[in-house]
Design a protein around this ligand. Sequence first.
Ligand SMILES: Cc1cc2nc3c(=O)[nH]c(=O)nc-3n(C[C@H](O)[C@H](O)[C@H](O)COP(=O)(O)O)c2cc1C
Length: 323
Amino acid sequence: MPILPPNPTLADFQTYVRDMEVERGFDEQTVMHKCLLLGEEIGELFKAPRKTNGLKVDVTSQIGAADEELADVLIYLCSIANRLDIDLEAAFRQKEAINHNRQWTKGIRGLTVILGISASGRENGITSEAVKAVLEATEQPYEFVSLAGLQINGCRGCTGCAGDNHCVVQDDWLAIGEKMREADAIVFGAPNYYGTINALGHACLERTFCFRHREVFSLAGKLSVVVTVDGGAQNSAVGDFIRKMMQSNLMSVVGSVYAEGYSQCLTCGYGLDCAVGGVVGRYGFLEKIGPEHCPPRFAEQESGVFQAYKVGKTLGSILRARF
Ligand SMILES: Cc1cc2nc3c(=O)[nH]c(=O)nc-3n(C[C@H](O)[C@H](O)[C@H](O)COP(=O)(O)O)c2cc1C
């Protein structure tokens, strides 16, 4: 008589069931036969709670306790796996690795989730306006987040994420990272600071390092839109960096938007006659800074609005066709 050892592994269960079937003469039964029996047992398992929940049951039907029915289900699972030469533990681990990487969207089933991120230090600056314009044009459900005021550290390179694609650094990025993982598309906007992407935007994207390990790419296949803003210098470094990060996460870039930001010197209070400031650099010493010296808000930027509408509409169409 086969003996199940104490603290059995799944492999022990499989061995026990195989030996038990030989002993009881069930070993000649086919996979199909076993699958039908499993189906019956699952039906009985479903019936068990009817009894305990006081639902009406056929008085003539035999209804076992849930623990007994579950044990029967396990026996049939093992016997089917044995016939198919499947190591249940290995199969379980493999499937969970895949499930772990799936997007379990919290949105309504069938609806996509687009995440808009503004990495500007100013919550309601041009970057936020431009990102929101793209989101609106998608005509899809979206969530907008501003990184302004969040504590986002750079990647430590500790590789604490290598085993499960989850960052171990405890800061505000973790929530942003989870939103990125759940989104179907990401619209990422960042301003130009000193000729490159601002530190907040860089840190946020740097941390996506955790999403790419062991040939598992947690953001793979998601769509993205790149939004960049600067004080008029139209430096491509910001857009190039965002695009590079999207691509290294195996995301597709649907398109880009460029918006004109404004020089901080226009509003710092000293811009009129600060010899090293952006206002004097552009217009010379002024009596007064007037609207003619200030770039338009995003909504008045014809080119930026056009680009945002065009790429947002495209993104929305692709997502609608995809889901
Ligand atoms: C620290 C800092 C550095 C900046 N460096 C540049 C720069 O090198 N080139 C440029 O064109 N604009 C530069 N800017 C201007 C910003 O790109 C511009 O203000 C933009 O509108 C900021 O985006 P926001 O409106 O979303 O805050 C800088 C702004 C700051 C605060």
